[in-house]
Design a protein. Structure first.
Length: 97
């Protein structure tokens, strides 16, 4: 049963995922190889800078939201109440004897 499913899914997987991924990879590799060295360095620098800025924004926004959420909520202190204990002098399991 597994072999039948594998025979059906494998070509579909190759057609939908593996082949297009390889074609895209080759196009990107060819485009990067065609760029001059200085232009390639500039592209990498711009993409790295954009990534760093987005990472700082996400981190700062998360810190701000955490801080704002804790500042709005006031902490209410609840004291522990004494448990009500049975007032019998003999435990319940001894009465059954």
């Amino acid at each position: 049963m597994k072999e039948k499913i594998r025979k059906i899914v494998s070509p579909l997987y190759n057609k939908v995922w593996h082949s297009p991924k390889g074609k895209i990879r080759e196009r990107i590799r060819k485009a990067c190889d065609d760029l001059p060295r200085n232009q390639r360095l500039m592209v990498v620098s711009v993409l790295l800078s954009a990534f760093v800025l987005v990472a700082f924004f996400v981190f700062g926004n998360a810190c701000y939201k955490m801080g704002a959420g804790h500042a709005r909520k006031s902490i209410e202190i609840e004291h522990i109440r004494q448990m009500e204990l049975p007032t019998e002098k003999t435990p319940a399991h001894e009465d059954a004897r």
